[in-house]
Every structure is written in structure tokens, then in C-alpha cells.
Design a protein around this ligand. Structure first.
Ligand code: SF4
Ligand code: SF4
Length: 320
């Protein structure tokens, strides 16, 4: 697979990266042996870019997959916390748990607004320090929000942007409402023009667009300013398909397996605490008439972010 320059970072990344969230306990929940084998297969086939996060709890998969690998892939991780000390802990934890001296890219995870960005000044301060010390090479922001992407594009302290975009605008936010793919594409172009490296997330909207596999990938792959897109692979066949897609050898008749994930909330277990409603970045959860949580499937991106915060583990990812 050819490589693209990630803005002014100097990092060369493959146009498709491996979003490691998929193999971890909020999604497929593969064993470390199984998940690391899929990762290793993708790396050996030529993908050189991995995306993880402190929240995903997937560092053991990466550590195992990298053991003895004859090259160093580019690793991106991120942290939801706001303070200097919390970000310092997150960077040190990533270095220790993945057995790496340097984490190539470290992000503020899932910034939701201008205010949210302002509240993370301590975390930004630490990331700048870590960059000067050579513990990370590039810093940036992941976001679902058009307004945040526009703001970050104009801030020189950030080297990279990791925005949500797909051809049906699923999950794109703007302020407290929905944003469009055109608005996010404009923010991406602005970010790239300022020299930031941009890589995309949720090209299948978190799952609902998998039936439009080729169109979904083609749309993001051709977007001006995008150096790479993260895709969550669950098995080696899915890795093979993406190589055929990027190399232009995938038959146009190809239709993927449409078995999809679905979020399910066990009404018998749910205690109605509401913690999951605050955690969902996409406002896909609501209280039903009994006060318990329910999911709006039209808004749910099946990211699995809500599952770990439930104190009674009432949130479960199942196959349709
Ligand atoms: S309901 Fe849960 S799985 Fe669905 S988008 Fe929200 S956080 Fe993600
Ligand atoms: S966090 Fe769990 S218990 Fe609380 S409302 Fe959500 S599903 Fe119910």
C-alpha cells in the first residue's frame, strides 16, 4: 500500500489505518491472542497506521502484535481527561503498556465544543511538553463536531485532526445539532491547508453504511486533505477486502456480510442512573417511560463507548 504524508508531521501513513477499538472489550471482545493476530496480519500485509485510546483498553493487543515486527508502525492514542497530570499519566501508560519509547501521535479524545477544548488546557500543556521531550511526535484532536474541527484547524499548537466524516453525514455534529458532510469536508480542507495532518474516522458511520462499502470508502478516500482513514477490522478477510478496494481489484459486485452490530440495553438490569446518556457522543440514548435507558438506532453509531460506564453492565453489543 502506498503511503501519504500526514501534514507537516513528517509521518508517512498508509491511506487505511487499523482502528483497534473493534477488537477490544467494548466491541468484538476478541481474546488478546485472536485480536493481536488480526492486527499482526494487517501490519504484515502493509498497513502501517494504528489508532487506539486509553479508553479502549486495547494496548495489550497492540503490544503483542508488535512483538518482533520488523518495522515500527505509526501509533495514535488519545485521552478523554482534561488535566496536565491526567494526560501525563495517559502518555506514560501508553508508552509502558505498548512497550514504546515514543507514541507517534497523541490526541485530546472526542472534543465536543469550544468550551470543552478550553477546559483541556492542562492536557494540551502536557502534550506540548511531551512533544518537546520527544515522548510524542505530534499532537491533535479527535472530534465529531464541525465547529471543533474548524477551531482546531486555526490553532498552530495542533499538528493533526481526526474528524468523523462519511458520505451520509451520520454522526456529524455542529453545536448541539447535526452537521453535514459538506461542512466537515470544508473544515478538513481548511485544516489540511494550514499544514495539519488529517485522518478520518467512522467512514461507515460506525456500522450502518457497511452495506454501501465501496461508496463509503471511495467518498472519504477522495476527499481533499485526507491522508488516511481508520477502519475497524474484526478478521483477516476484512483486511484482504480493503487491500482489494484500495488497489482497485475488488469486483464492483462485491457486497459485504451485512450482519451488523446492534446495541441492546437489558431493561431488567438497567437502574436508570443516566450515566450512559451523558457518555454517548451522539445523543443516541434516552430515558423511556419507565425511566430506564433506551437506544435510538437511527442515531447510534455502535461505537460501544457507553457500555463501560454502565455500573451494572446493562449495555450489550449484539449481532442483528
Ligand atoms: S448509544 Fe452507545 S454505542 Fe451508540 S453511539 Fe452512543 S455511545 Fe456509541
Ligand atoms: S448507565 Fe446502565 S444502569 Fe445507568 S441508565 Fe445507562 S444502562 Fe441504565
Amino acid at each position: 500500500m502506498k503511503k501519504n504524508l500526514l501534514g507537516k508531521t513528517g509521518l508517512m501513513v498508509t491511506p487505511v489505518g487499523f482502528g483497534v477499538l473493534t477488537v477490544g472489550n467494548t466491541q468484538l471482545n476478541l481474546s488478546v491472542n485472536e485480536g493481536s493476530a488480526v492486527l499482526r496480519y494487517a501490519l504484515e500485509r502493509g498497513i502501517n497506521f494504528l489508532d487506539t485510546a486509553q479508553y479502549y483498553e486495547t494496548y495489550p493487543y497492540i503490544r503483542k502484535a508488535l512483538k518482533g515486527l520488523p518495522f515500527d508502525p505509526i501509533i495514535c492514542s488519545k485521552c478523554l481527561d482534561h488535566s496536565y497530570e491526567q494526560m501525563k499519566f495517559a502518555v506514560e501508560e501508553a508508552r509502558r503498556e505498548m512497550d514504546r519509547d515514543v507514541i507517534d501521535i497523541f490526541l485530546l479524545h472526542e472534543v465536543r465544543s469550544d468550551d470543552d477544548l478550553s477546559r483541556r488546557q492542562g492536557a494540551i500543556e502536557y502534550l506540548q511538553e511531551a512533544k518537546i521531550k520527544g515522548l510524542v511526535k505530534a499532537v491533535g484532536v479527535s472530534t465529531h463536531h464541525v465547529d471543533v474541527a474548524e477551531k482546531v484547524a486555526m490553532l498552530p499548537e495542533f499538528d493533526v485532526l481526526f474528524p468523523l466524516i462519511n458520505f451520509k453525514s451520520l454522526g456529524i455534529r455542529k453545536g448541539s445539532g447535526a452537521g453535514t458532510k459538506e461542512e466537515m469536508a470544508a473544515a478538513i480542507a481548511l485544516s489540511a491547508k494550514q499544514g495539519q495532518g488529517v485522518f478520518a474516522m467512522k467512514v461507515f458511520g460506525g456500522g450502518p453504511l457497511i452495506g454501501d462499502y465501496q461508496e463509503a470508502i471511495r467518498y472519504v478516500n477522495k476527499l481533499p486533505g485526507i491522508a488516511s482513514m481508520m477502519i475497524g477490522f474484526g478478521n483477516t478477510e476484512e483486511v484482504d477486502r480493503i487491500f482489494e478496494m484500495i488497489n482497485g481489484t475488488l469486483p464492483s459486485s462485491y457486497v459485504p456480510d451485512l450482519s451488523q452490530k446492534k446495541l441492546w440495553i437489558d431493561q431488567g438490569d438497567c437502574e436508570g442512573c443516566g450515566i450512559c446518556l451523558d457518555r454517548c457522543p451522539n445523543q443516541a440514548l434516552f430515558r423511556n417511560e419507565t425511566g430506564r435507558a433506551n437506544v435510538n438506532e437511527d442515531l447510534c453509531l455502535t461505537c460501544g463507548y457507553c457500555a463501560p460506564v454502565c455500573p451494572v453492565r446493562a449495555i450489550i453489543m449484539i449481532s442483528r
